[in-house]
Design a protein around this ligand. Structure first.
Ligand code: NAD
Ligand code: WQD
Length: 337
């Protein structure tokens, strides 16, 4: 299949490009490089030994996107492009709504004009808000607590309405839990700009000496050790989930919704311990007040993806931390090396 990957230079996008190419698909990548660099795509080419076209193009640019579709016989789109920092979205809501929403409207418009009806969309467990129980199933109530999350929830509704309006569409909504880890080569990985917001890149930067200590956000949650519990999933497992989704659901009209998680919850302190074991050193940490808006426990019921896509996460927490450490220690300054 020929698959357009928007946001393909980013963290999850670059890993998905590898798995799509390894599975024999052709890809075309669109990215404006606002939160990534082209080097990640050079590495994807080296890892896979395959070439593909890259367009430095903003999905807000209608003419630019039209050119991409005119020049390539795209059959399906995997749509990662978007801004993703929760805190920043609270400070810059208009930027987030414009980029994520208008960009997606533009993309779907150009898809329709080129008779492309298959889209896999990056949604997030953030659409479950503060779940009343765990594990979280796809039919749980939806709500959001910040503009970033609202863009995901609104885009889920928009894309569902697009299907209702035109039954040729296959819309796959993939709700990711907490992606971490890196490709085994250690040549692509997560490379956040500035101080990381998410736990794993923060821990990795402490381990490599870029940051002095880990701040553990609260230890009074009703969890096994008082710290927040999340469903961390290896980014390669996540990438393979996209491969299954695009292969099994393209040309199957409808709205298909799947959680992509492992179904296992780990606390912040368990992650610090697992990462210490992976990097072979004790990591300094301090308990600080909880972060506003954080939920205590969040993990997936991922059985629907197993039953309908034949997909299940394979990689455990030790491998996730080892691969994240391999990437971070080989590239202490990320792609800037
Ligand atoms: P990322 O920032 O590494 O990748 C997103 C890519 O999109 C970047 O390369 C960026 O340059 C590009 N981009 C942003 N706006 C664009 C635009 N207007 N036009 C073209 N390109 C644009 O993020 P990621 O972690 O790889 O996330 C990929 C997707 O998955 C995002 O939509 C994100 O919201 C979603 N998601 C991520 C997580 C997570 O924890 N990483 C969890 C759930 C969902
Ligand atoms: C994980 C745990 C923190 C940093 C976010 C988004 C979500 C999704 C994934 C995109 C929590 C604790 C964190 C730190 C800490 N992204 N923590 N010290 O909050 O589960 O989810 O990323 O869709 O929408 O909200 O991930 O990695 O930030 O936090 O103690 O320096 O680690 O409190 O318990 P989160 P995270």
């Amino acid at each position: 299949m020929k698959i357009l990957v928007t946001g393909g230079a980013g963290y999850i996008g670059s890993h998905t490009c590898v798995e799509l190419l390894n599975a024999g698909h052709e890809i075309v990548v669109v990215d404006n490089l606002s939160n990534s660099c082209e080097k990640s795509l050079d590495e994807v080419k080296k890892i896979t030994g395959k070439e593909f076209p890259f367009y430095k193009c903003d999905i807000l640019d209608y003419e630019g996107l039209t050119k991409v579709f005119d020049e390539n016989e795209v059959e399906a789109v995997i749509h990662f492009a978007g801004l993703k920092a929760v805190g920043e979205s609270v400070e810059k809501p208009l930027e987030y709504y414009h980029n994520n929403m208008t960009g997606t409207f533009n993309l779907v418009k150009v898809m329709k004009e080129h008779n492309v009806f298959n889209i896999v969309f990056s949604s997030s467990a953030t659409v479950y808000g503060s779940p009343k129980t765990v594990p979280i199933k796809e039919d749980f109530p939806l709500s959001t607590t910040n503009p970033y999350g609202s863009t995901k929830l609104m885009l889920e509704r928009v894309l569902s309405d697009v299907y209702v309006s035109d039954n040729r569409f296959s819309v796959v909504l993939l709700r990711y839990f907490n992606p971490i880890g890196a490709h085994k080569s250690g040549n692509i990985g997560e490379d956040p700009k500035g101080i990381p917001n998410n736990l794993l890149p923060y821990v990795a930067q402490v381990a490599v000496g870029r940051l002095p200590k880990i701040n553990v956000f609260g230890d009074c949650y009703p969890t096994k050790d008082g710290t927040g519990v999340r469903d961390y999933i290896h980014v390669v497992d996540l990438a393979l989930g996209h491969l299954k989704a695009v292969e099994k659901r393209s040309n199957v009209p409808g709205v298909h919704i799947y959680n992509l998680g492992t179904g296992q919850g780990y606390s912040v302190l368990e992650i610090v311990k697992a990462f210490s074991e992976a990097c072979g050193k004790d990591l300094p940490y301090e308990i600080v007040p909880p972060r506003a808006g954080d939920v205590a426990i969040c993990y997936a019921d991922a059985s629907k993806a197993k039953e309908e896509l034949g997909w299940e996460a394979q990689r455990g927490i030790a491998e996730m931390c080892a691969d994240a450490w391999n990437w971070q220690s080989k590239n202490p300054n990320g792609f800037e090396n």
